[in-house]
Design a protein around this ligand. Structure first.
Ligand code: ATP
Ligand code: MG
Length: 457
């Protein structure tokens, strides 16, 4: 068991960290020196980006690091605002630019949204001139020869088939890079499933009230009915709180087994990792997954392959930790209950008749690549994409100015790439003029994305 454990957990060896302590101190001192180090935060004029920058600057501030600058990226230029959809988004950005001025008082540079992607030396040079010298970039529009063949749209029937329960409960996981629209996609899907008459539980691990913002109603720590949508319940899992409970359980267990207090301290430190939060949140999810009565469970953030590999290890992960610290631990101490519990869940996740992993991305190079890597990683534990969600797709009728047409063409190219990289039904969520909020909007979007008239009011 000891060898099975080594190198497979996310914990760094405590001794090595101790050795590196003086290096760490030196690096930290350099980072605190204003004339040696600058932290430049790149953000979009959007709520999530602002929240994340606030959090990161706050954390660094606690370490005495304070030399910050901002690059606010993706600002819609005047030629973009000739189109009503982008004009409306520009107005939303203006409000958030105000929030950035007020809440993040650092030197700031702005970068416009360009009509095409930034790829290759030539475009990098142009962007550099725009960014550093204020010279306009002259992106040639995509030559029409580059226009990809219009891809055969997936039938909505195929999409619905991987979303709706088929006799048994269906669990849908949304995976993807930060901010691509997992929460929005999970809300649209859960509301849609509930409207189809399935008793649905929507779960999030986002500790901020974001799910509640999107639904337009507060979401608590225990499943509660969502007012205005029959059959829909929602709950949030707070990963920090879950991690605390989890940590306490493991440390109490170690104490019971008579571990000395110094060793307990080392364990406590090692457990202070984002990995513990992911594990603990997933542990909590398993608890809900075991509950009877739900016909559909929608989980707004999928576990990574890494978490699932940990869960698959032959012994309980709390004992893995013990093994790392005390090589002498009884190797027969496999926790069969935990093993069976995880085993059943992983079996459920691998079965396409019961589970759908939905990969969310924008039709752009990086989000596709990241989703693909994520999918490949999950493939190593036998889980394959059940559905792909392309978000923020510019509706074809909005491609009515050179700017929007150029961006739509870029998206079409990447929609074609998505079809090549993922062999799964594709759902598309259109780019909207503002944020997605409230049941009414989710209802409308559900019908648009998944089709089919409402089954009940
Ligand atoms: N199709 C869309 N049109 C307009 N705005 C959108 C669209 N999809 C998402 N958004 C907005 O983008 C932001 C990010 O979406 P969301 O919160 O769903 O992403 P996420 O993947 O859940 O993020 P995180 O990784 O932080 O949990 C939100 O402010 C949301 O309102
Ligand atoms: Mg989210």
């Amino acid at each position: 068991a000891a060898s099975a454990g080594s190198g497979q957990t996310c914990l760094g060896p405590a001794a090595a960290i101790q050795d590196a302590k003086h290096k760490y101190e030196r690096a930290l001192a350099a980072m605190r020196e204003r004339d040696q180090t600058t932290f430049i935060f790149v953000l979009h004029p959007e709520a999530i980006s602002i929240k994340e920058t606030r959090r990161a600057t706050g954390e660094l501030g606690k370490l005495g690091i304070a030399n910050f600058r901002l690059i606010v990226n993706g600002i819609i230029p005047p030629e973009g605002a000739q189109n009503p959809l982008f004009a409306a988004r520009g107005q939303m950005q203006a409000r958030y630019l105000g929030q950035i001025e007020a809440g993040l008082p650092y030197a700031q540079q702005r970068m416009t949204l360009l009509p095409g992607e930034i790829k290759g030396i030539d475009r990098l040079r142009q962007v550099g001139r725009l960014f550093f010298d204020g010279q306009p970039a002259t992106f040639a529009p995509l030559p029409t020869g580059e226009k990809p063949a219009a891809r055969e749209a997936t039938s909505l029937e195929a999409v619905r088939a991987v979303l709706e329960p088929d006799g048994r409960r269906r669990t849908v996981f949304f995976a993807g890079k930060g901010g691509v629209g997992k929460t929005v996609a999970s809300c649209i899907s859960a509301v849609w499933l509930a409207r189809r008459g399935y008793k649905t539980l929507l779960l999030t691990t986002d500790p901020a009230a974001h799910l509640g913002d999107v639904l337009g109603v507060p979401v608590g720590d225990d499943p509660a009915a969502v007012p205005g949508v029959e059959n829909l319940w929602a709950a949030k899992i707070d990963p920090k709180a879950a991690a605390e409970t989890y940590k306490r359980r493991i440390l109490e267990d170690a104490r019971k087994r008579g571990r000395p207090e110094t060793a307990i301290q080392v364990m406590a430190e090692e457990l202070d990792s984002p990995c513990t939060e992911e594990m603990a949140a997933f542990d909590k999810f398993i608890e809900y997954a075991a509950q009877e009565g739900w016909q559909a469970v929608v989980f707004d953030t999928a576990p990574t392959g890494h978490t699932l590999r940990l869960l698959q290890l032959p012994v309980d992960w709390s004992k893995q930790l013990d093994v790392k610290i005390f090589a002498s631990v009884d190797s027969n101490a496999a926790d069969d209950v935990a093993k069976q519990r995880f085993g059943k869940v992983i079996e459920m996740m691998r079965d396409p008749g019961q589970s759908t992993f939905a990969f969310v991305m924008y039709p752009e190079a990086t989000p596709i690549l990241e989703a693909w890597r994520f999918a490949r990683d999950l493939g190593t534990v036998g889980i394959h994409p059940g559905m792909v969600v392309a978000n923020m797709v510019i509706p074809p009728e909005q491609a009515d100015t050179p700017f929007t047409q150029s961006r739509r063409l870029m998206q079409e190219k990447y929609l074609a790439e998505i079809a090549v990289r993922f062999q799964a039904p594709l759902a598309q969520i259109p780019l909207l003029p503002g944020e997605i909020r409230g049941i009414e909007m989710l209802d409308t979007l559900g019908e648009l994305v998944y089709g089919v008239e409402k089954v009940q009011a």
